[in-house]
Each structure stands twice: as structure tokens, then as C-alpha cells.
Design a protein around this ligand. Structure first.
Ligand code: NAD
Length: 477
């Protein structure tokens, strides 16, 4: 298996440019590829191609769109190992987790391929001879930006929504992890997608967003990434009245109620915390545990953290790979130092492992004071915060006090507690007794500073469409 050749994909053609960016393997810091940087002329071509692609694709029957999307998803499933290998090299995650990501990306495509045939409108009764019909039509060409933490499933989600709704798309995937998006583009080309419907570019993120977002031909901006960048792009789009789909940061609280066995729940929580080295917007991060259960929960969590096997993603025994880049490593070290200096207890971890590769120890901080940076800033890495709560009301108060609201979790056997969580926690996604927050069939997205709009579920295609009302007065003989 090989790391793929890196190209831009514009108007159905693969293209190189003279300027390139290195793609680095975070497990050993070696350079594994040279990624072409899009020039202004490439972006202009992508825009024209997306315009032409939209003219064809919007007129393609939903069933035919669905067939092509399903075919691309099947090809991705068939190429699962090759894609997973590339993702492991560029991102660092364990090979098996990369394989699962390829399947999840295919599932996103398959779900939206089904939804594309169910984009129903409705008929509104009017006065005699008058009919009002409400239609959902594709919004137009989409400028989409996907991050590095899930190189396959994040681009798949944006492409699935756009293509299923009948839109064309220019995707700027993450420069650090381009392979998943490249494989998706290749699969769509092989599946017979008309030229220009899907275009893939890489380069300097700010240059690309500054060029694309103000263009008349771009009718939706879809972004997944940090809240800071999301707000910036939303401001840029608002100057042009261009709608946005924003899937931004989280800082997910987990409320562990007194009625559950902390020793049973803690390993499940630790396993999920360290998945993808904690670089997940829904990663369980702030654990609030009843005072009586606090020490037992923390001890068991720490034991699981210590047992987590950290290493290169291609080693079979590895459960957690390196963090994805040097920025995350520096951020982890800084957040731990800051928390400890303000009185947090470092129960395990807290240090870089070795001096080659971006490996960081699975870390637990306990009794972290509110003035520690990590209580406000999403760690986006393998650090768990465990604090105690005085009561369920207190836990919900702590959960809600940050400006984020993407995913939240609760563990309880009591339906009264569950009801209190459902009513009280400010979040787009609440999971009770499970740490699964995002599935193809359920709508995913945030409230407050965690974003706007939903991906997945029936709601996932809404922002990719516009509603048109047709009032038709029948001329009767
Ligand atoms: P960053 O804020 O520099 O970048 C986040 C993403 O936005 C990257 O994919 C980047 O390419 C893109 N980006 C940055 N500036 C842009 C611009 N002007 N126009 C278009 N795209 C732009 O942060 P980072 O160091 O890559 O990651 C740090 C933080 O980002 C994390 O702590 C986490 O909070 C957040 N993040 C969130 C997700 C998510 O799934 N919601 C994914 C990746 C990163």
C-alpha cells in the first residue's frame, strides 16, 4: 500500500502546481507527500467548474444522483484498507480506527443518498382554483472547509449533503490530512459524477476562503473547525448574505449521577476520551461526578488511562496514536502546566512521550479550578478533566456555563434524572448512558458558539436547499 499522489481536482481533472506544502507523518515527523497549493487561477477555474457542474447536477434526477453517490460509497468501502493506511500515515490514528472512519464516511454518503429521494415539498390548500406548492430546490455551489481530525468522514459529510441536495461543491480539505478527500474525489470520478460537480482544492486556508466566500456563485459556506475561525467565516459570509453551516468547537460535559456504578462507567468514558487522541469535537472532556463517587470514578479512569497503549497507528497493539501536529502537542503541554500552576491535581500523564513524533500521555486532571485555561478552552487532545458536583442541578449548571453546546453526556438509571438532563442541558446532542453522539441517521450540530445548522438525519439536507413557494392560479375552462 502507498500514500496517494497529491493533486488538486478541478472540473474533473487532476492538477499539480509548482508550489507545494509538506505532508508530515506525526508518528515520526517524516515528510510523506508534497501537496499542491492552489493559485488564484486554480480557484477561478474551480468556481467556473462548480458553476457548470451545478447546471448539470441540479437537473439530474434524484434517483440518478443517489445511484452515483451509492456507487462512490461502495468504491470507498472496497478501498477501505488503502484509504485507512493513508489516513494512519498522515494523521496518526490507529489503523483499525481509520478503517472504521472509512466505513462511517461511506455511511454518511449512503444516508444522504437515501434522503436525496425524500426531499419532499408540500401542497397548501388555497381558495378555489389556487394551489400553493412548496418546493425544496438545491441552493447552488457550496464552498466547504473540512478539518484534519477526521480526514475521510468530515469531507464525506459535506460532500454527501451537497451532492444529495443537487448542489455542486468546492471543498478545501485540510492540508495536513488530504488523503481521505482525495480518495473520495477519485471514487466519485470512477462512479461517473459529471465534471465540475465536485472540486477539491488545497492551499493557504485564509486565501482560499477570502477568495471563494465573497463570490456570487457561492451560495452556501459549510465549515467544520474552531469557533474562532467559524465566526470569522460567518462574518465574511454575512457581508454577502450567504448562509452558513457551521460545525464548531465543543467542550463536552459528562454528568455521572450518583445512581450509577462509577467503576463500571469510568473505563467506557476513558476509552472514548482517548479515541482519536481526544481530537474530536464531541470528545467527552469535563466529567462532573457526585462527591460520594468522585474518588472511585477518578481512580478507575486513571487506571484505564495508564493502560492505554500509545504508539504508531500502524502497530497492531496501539490504542492511541500521536496528536496530529506539533501545534496540538504544544497546546497540551501548555494547558497542563497552566492548570497545575492554578491548583489542579495531575493524576496521570501530562508529558510528551519521547522526542520524535507528537506522542502525548493520556492525561487526567482532577479538581481543576475555574480559572484554569483548560476550563474554557477546548483541549482537543488526550486530557480529561474530572471535577465533583454537589448535585445534579449543580452538574447541569457547570455543564452550561461555557459558551459551547455541541455534545453532552449523562449517566443515570433514573428517568427523573434523565428528564432533568433533557430539559436542562444546553446542547445540540445529548447522549444518555452512551457516548455515541453522531450517527448518519441523527441530526448533528451545535447551539451557542458551537455552531449553526445540522448535518445528518432528515435535517442534514435543509441548509443545502432553498424553499420556493409556487402560487398557481389555475385557469379553468
Ligand atoms: P485553526 O483554528 O487554525 O484551524 C481549524 C480549521 O480551520 C483547520 O482545518 C484550518 O485549515 C481551517 N482554517 C483556519 N483558518 C481558516 C480560514 N481563514 N479559512 C478557512 N479555513 C480556515 O486550528 P487548528 O490548530 O487546526 O485546531 C485547533 C482547534 O480547532 C482545536 O482546538 C479545535 O477546537 C478546533 N477544531 C475543531 C474541529 C471540529 O471537528 N469541530 C476540527 C479541527 C479543529
Amino acid at each position: 500500500m502507498e500514500y496517494p499522489k497529491l493533486d488538486l481536482f478541478i472540473g474533473g481533472e487532476w492538477r499539480k502546481t509548482s508550489e507545494t506544502l509538506p505532508v508530515v507523518n506525526p508518528a515520526n515527523e517524516s515528510v510523506i507527500g508534497a501537496l499542491p497549493v492552489a493559485r488564484r487561477s486554480d480557484l477561478e477555474d474551480a468556481l467556473d467548474a462548480a458553476d457548470r457542474g451545478f447546471a448539470i447536477w441540479r437537473k439530474t434526477a434524484p434517483r440518478d444522483r443517489s445511484d452515483i453517490i451509492i456507487k462512490a460509497a461502495r468504491l470507498l468501502r472496497e478501498r477501505q484498507d488503502e484509504i485507512a493506511y493513508a489516513i494512519t500515515l498522515e494523521h496518526g490514528k490507529p489503523f483499525q480506527q481509520a478503517q472504521l472512519e472509512v466505513i462511517r464516511g461511506s455511511e454518511f454518503l449512503e444516508w444522504d443518498a437515501g434522503e436525496c429521494q425524500r426531499l419532499y415539498g408540500r401542497a397548501i390548500p388555497g381558495v378555489q382554483g389556487m394551489r400553493h406548492t412548496v418546493l425544496r430546490q438545491p441552493i447552488g455551489a457550496v464552498a466547504a472547509f473540512s478539518p484534519w481530525n477526521f480526514p475521510m468522514s468530515q469531507p464525506a459529510r459535506k460532500i454527501a449533503g451537497a451532492l444529495a441536495a443537487g448542489c455542486s461543491i468546492i471543498l478545501k480539505a485540510a492540508e495536513e490530512t488530504p488523503a481521505g478527500a482525495l480518495h473520495i474525489a477519485r471514487a466519485f470520478q470512477d462512479a461517473g459524477l459529471p465534471d465540475g460537480v465536485l472540486n477539491l482544492v488545497f492551499g493557504v486556508p485564509a486565501e482560499i476562503s477570502n477568495f471563494l466566500i465573497p463570490r456570487d456563485k457561492i451560495r452556501l459556506v459549510a465549515f467544520t473547525g474552531s469557533t474562532v475561525v467559524g465566526k470569522h467565516l460567518t462574518n465574511l459570509a454575512s457581508e454577502h448574505m450567504t448562509p452558513v453551516l457551521m460545525e464548531l468547537g465543543g467542550h463536552a460535559p459528562v454528568i455521572v449521577c450518583d445512581d450509577v456504578d462509577p467503576v463500571q462507567v469510568a473505563p467506557t468514558c476513558a476509552d472514548r476520551k482517548y479515541r482519536n487522541a481526544g481530537q474530536v469535537c464531541t470528545s467527552p472532556t469535563r466529567f462532573y461526578v457526585g462527591q460520594d463517587q468522585f474518588e472511585r470514578f477518578t481512580d478507575r479512569f486513571v487506571a484505564s488511562a495508564k493502560q492505554t497503549v500509545v504508539g504508531p497507528g500502524l502497530d497492531e497493539a496501539t490504542q492511541m496514536g500521536p496528536v496530529a501536529n506539533e501545534r496540538r502537542l504544544v497546546a497540551m503541554i501548555g494547558l497542563v502546566e497552566d492548570a497545575v500552576s492554578k491548583g489542579a491535581e495531575l493524576r496521570t500523564g501530562g508529558k510528551r512521550i519521547g522526542d520524535c513524533g507528537y506522542f502525548f500521555e493520556p492525561t487526567v486532571l482532577a479538581n481543576v479550578p475555574d480559572n484554569a485555561k483548560i476550563m474554557e478552552e477546548e483541549p482537543f487532545g488526550p486530557i480529561a478533566i474530572i471535577n465533583s458536583m454537589l448535585s445534579l442541578e449543580d452538574g447541569i449548571y457547570q455543564a452550561n456555563k461555557l459558551p459551547f453546546g455541541l455534545a453532552a453526556y449523562g449517566f443515570t438509571h433514573s428517568s427523573a434524572n434523565a428528564e432533568q438532563l433533557i430539559e436542562g442541558v444546553e446542547t445540540g446532542n445529548l447522549s444518555i448512558n452512551t457516548l455515541e453522539a453522531s450517527l448518519p441517521e441523527t441530526p448533528f450540530g451545535g447551539v451557542k458558539s458551537s455552531g449553526y445548522g445540522r448535518e445528518g438525519g432528515e435535517e442534514g439536507l435543509h441548509l443545502y436547499t432553498v424553499v420556493k413557494n409556487v402560487s398557481h392560479k389555475m385557469v379553468l375552462d
